[in-house]
Design a protein around this ligand. Structure first.
Ligand code: C2O
Ligand code: CU
Length: 459
């Protein structure tokens, strides 16, 4: 069974090459300018009208901001949207005042307003940026972009490709449906779309050359869709998750990427000239579809056997958790369709639908879930007592995953977003190294806005 997107496409001509991404090159000094504003873009391609979106720099996704580890990012942001916004730098370790959470770390940027973001880049890796005000609507309308911090000594590859995965809910005229905030989405799986995209387009084929080595940076920018990608005929190696290096290892089964998550893969193209291999998303039962296809050109192979060069990335300078001195905090997730809210709370069409430790904040005023001293190691256990998937994202502090469903993880793994399966659990550890109020929330944005958020206070 095939998604609506494919039905939408039936009879239309296949698109050619991978849509070009606007790479923004910058001088070391001086600020990058970034504007958010309404735009019209072609999402579905030939035969369909353009879609009204909100975009950074006029494109979806927005410009990929590229820096090098140790640089200072300076971003002069202007808001050309008809409503207030902010930018959150997802996964980056930034001072609290630069974290972009309205009413918590900054005031919103009003229409016509500006904000200067500036922070040192401690970590190399694949990160991204998006609004944190009215997030479910603003992201669904297209406000996302990649933020890439290059290693001082990156591994040798032939090409470094960015795949921004998106998901749009479009009507037959390729317009965004305006059923934002629908209680059905809020209480179930979030705003799942019908048009998954790669770099803001439907990309039938990604041209590749036999023998080349790619570094593939994948970012899931969707509001709600989890991707489960199978690279048919290929054996990618995973070198980083959520921007943080891991011991390189072959991908086991599908690459599961929840909203907010990233993965860096090394892909050695071992097919033959002229061959084609599908990249299939089969995360949801009975909704398997081809995301795209690796299309080998007819040129002779670039080399006969895979490049013999190391792919291991140097670790980022993350503070090591001191487990012996950790404070522990459980985070129990309740609610959702087929579930119930604790403490006699009632679900209404306006929400809440979800609760974290018995609290279901719907507005901005939140009392901290936990308050810790700066430098404290925190061990947090998530318990998902619901029938739904929840990618839990912590701002400020990449965390080490210790256990999943009670079992220790196979290898050291740092993340900023941990996907909890229905009725699953996970235990994480991190050092609360920066003072301030930091968000912890579900990255299914309709869940976040229906009760799934909390604050970690570091004093
Ligand atoms: Cu990517 Cu609080 O978000
Ligand atoms: Cu959730």
């Amino acid at each position: 069974m095939i998604l609506t997107r494919r039905r939408l496409l039936t009879g239309t001509a296949a698109l050619g090459a991978c849509a070009a991404l606007p790479w923004r090159a910058r001088a070391a000094a001086g600020a990058v300018t970034l504007a958010a504003a309404p735009a019209r873009v072609s999402l579905v391609g030939k035969g369909y009208s353009e879609t009204d979106v909100w975009a950074y720099g006029g494109t979806v996704p927005g410009p990929a901001l590229r820096f090098r580890q140790g640089d200072t990012a300076r971003i002069a942001f202007t808001n050309g949207l008809p409503e207030p916004t902010t930018i959150h730098w997802h996964g980056l370790r930034v001072p609290n005042a630069m974290d972009g959470v309205p009413h918590l770390s900054q005031t919103t940027v009003p229409p016509g307003g500006a904000f200067h973001y500036e922070f040192a880049l401690k970590d190399a890796g694949t990160f991204w940026y998006h609004p944190h005000e009215n997030s479910a609507r603003q992201l669904a309308r297209g406000l996302t972009g990649a933020f890439i911090v290059e290693e001082r000594e990156p591994p040798r590859v032939d090409r470094d490709l960015l795949w921004m995965l998106g998901d749009w809910r479009l009507d037959k005229q390729a317009r965004l449906t305006d059923d934002f905030g629908h209680p059905m989405d809020g209480s179930h799986a979030g705003r799942l779309g019908n048009t998954p995209t790669l770099n803001g387009a439907i990309v039938e084929e990604v041209p590749v050359r036999a023998g080349e080595r790619l570094r593939l940076r994948l970012v899931n920018t969707a509001n709600a869709r989890v991707f489960g990608l199978d690279f048919q005929g290929h054996a990618p190696q995973v070198i980083a998750l959520d921007g943080q290096p891991v011991e390189p290892h072959p991908l086991q089964g599908r690459l599961v990427l929840a909203p907010g998550q990233r993965a860096d893969l090394i892909l050695d193209l071992q097919g033959k000239p002229g061959e084609r291999f599908d990249v299939v998303d089969s995360f949801y039962p009975r909704q398997t579809y081809r995301l795209t296809r690796l299309a080998y050109g007819s040129e002779a192979p670039l080399r006969d056997s895979p490049l013999d060069a190391p792919v291991r990335l140097a670790p980022n300078p993350l503070p090591a958790p001191d487990l012996a001195a950790a404070v522990r905090q459980d985070v129990v997730i309740e609610g959702g369709a087929m579930g119930r809210l604790p403490n006699g709370m009632r679900m209404t069409p306006e929400g809440p639908f979800w609760a974290l430790n018995g609290e279901a904040p719907m507005g901005h005023a939140m009392k901290p879930l936990i308050t810790v001293k700066r430098g404290q190691t925190v061990v947090m256990q998530f318990v998902n007592d619901t029938a739904w998937w929840h990618p839990m994202h912590l701002h400020g502090f990449p965390f080490q995953v210790l256990k999943r469903n009670g079992a220790p993880v196979a290898r050291t793994e740092w993340r900023d977003t941990e996907l909890l399966p229905p009725q699953g659990s996970a235990e994480i550890a991190f050092v609360a190294e920066e003072a301030g109020d930091w968000m912890l929330h579900c990255h299914v944005l309709e869940h976040q806005e229906a009760g799934m958020m909390a604050v970690l206070r570091v004093s």
